[in-house]
Design a protein around this ligand. Structure first.
Ligand SMILES: [Zn+2]
Length: 350
């Protein structure tokens, strides 16, 4: 526990939507309280929250703050009340926060707990060599799986997994995925695992091709105008569910307009703006549901790790761009212009 640690810290967010002031700082070895666990990070996933924090769209509590909303690692030491964990245990690091006692935590909605501190926002996150985590937010990881896959599972896979549940996606459901970056492509994969048929919507031809290669039944160009009408056309009347990941208002509109009467849209992207009056009228006339989907729950992550361990979830085609932690400021600056669903990036400490 005495080794010093390097961590990517946000010292100041950008006022102009840029990358902000990020530094790779050397920090003293962290200390643990009784419920905490010290984890050596093996892989940390880049998350849209990192982009939002550096751009000033969301404000971490207290600066400087180590970024990173989830990852994979190995337990180094556990606090005296954290006897579920021992040195050497491979773990998935969940970036959420929960108290375990409130009405949300005791009804399976720990992602809504307001008492805890989330990694990379209210406490130091995973873009570091070491991270201190509340023991409740570690999940055992299969020892034979690439840590990069476990890291991407905690956010890039778990966020759309949670959103698909909120959208009610299951057997024989048709789904339109609006935004096919890292999270959207995994929504395409997960929806098929649940028995759904997927239409992929994205402005980028390469992303649309990947979605088709991953099993989408059709792909629609998000730049071609009247996206909702084209989704309704290829699905003969509209999809049962839509997933919105881009955070762009025109995609929000398309996500709602893609629905059949009685359909449901789940919104993951933030900063979406308003719906035009004509679309709002459709909500009433066609009894559409619009739901928000935020962070995954601990149960979501446990289910995904079971699927991965049993080889029912195959992430072998999810090839993240692999970088070292010190390269993340450049990567974040590069990604700041893309929509709210960036491509998959996993960082290794260094
Ligand atoms: Zn709670």
């Amino acid at each position: 526990m005495t080794e010093p640690q390097h961590a990517l810290r946000l010292h100041a967010p950008a006022d102009d939507g840029g990358a902000g002031e990020l530094r790779l700082d050397e920090l003293p070895a962290p200390t643990l309280d009784e419920h905490e666990v010290l984890v050596r990070v093996e892989a940390s996933v880049l998350d849209p929250d990192d982009l939002a924090a550096t751009a000033g769209a969301i404000r971490p509590r207290g600066l400087p703050r180590t970024l990173g909303r989830g990852g994979a690692g190995v337990v180094v030491a556990a606090g005296t009340a954290s006897d579920d964990w021992a040195a050497g245990d491979p773990v998935a690091i969940d970036g959420g926060a929960s108290c375990g006692r409130c009405v949300y935590c005791t009804t399976g909605r720990d992602n809504l707990c307001v008492a805890g501190r989330r990694l990379g926002l209210e406490r130091d996150g995973t873009h570091a060599r070491l991270v201190v985590v509340d023991g409740r937010h570690l999940v055992p990881a299969p020892g034979d799986v690439d840590p990069a896959q476990v890291a991407m599972l905690t956010r890039t896979v778990a966020v759309p997994y949670h959103a698909l549940k909120r959208a009610g996606v299951g057997e024989d459901v048709t789904l339109a995925v609006h935004g096919c970056g890292g999270r959207g492509l995994h929504a395409v994969l997960l929806a098929q695992l649940a028995g759904a048929e997927v239409v992929a919507v994205d402005a980028d031809a390469a992303r649309r091709d990947t979605a088709l290669a991953w099993g989408a039944i059709a792909a629609v160009d998000a730049t071609g105008g009247d996206v909702g009408a084209r989704v309704r056309e290829v699905t003969e009347g509209g999809v049962d569910c839509s997933l919105e990941l881009t955070g762009r208002s025109e995609q929000l509109r398309a996500a709602v307009e893609s629905l059949r009467p009685g359909g449901r849209a789940a919104l993951v992207g933030t900063g979406l703006g308003a719906l035009p009056g004509a679309v709002l009228d459709r909500l009433t006339a066609d009894e559409l549901d619009v739901v928000g989907a935020g962070d995954p729950t601990l149960q979501d992550l446990g289910e995904l790790l079971d699927l991965l361990a049993d080889h029912r979830l195959d992430l072998s085609r999810s090839l993240p761009r692999r970088v070292a932690t010190h390269e993340l400021p450049d990567v974040l600056a590069e990604l700041r212009e893309v929509d709210g669903d960036p491509d998959l990036v996993v960082a290794t400490p260094g």
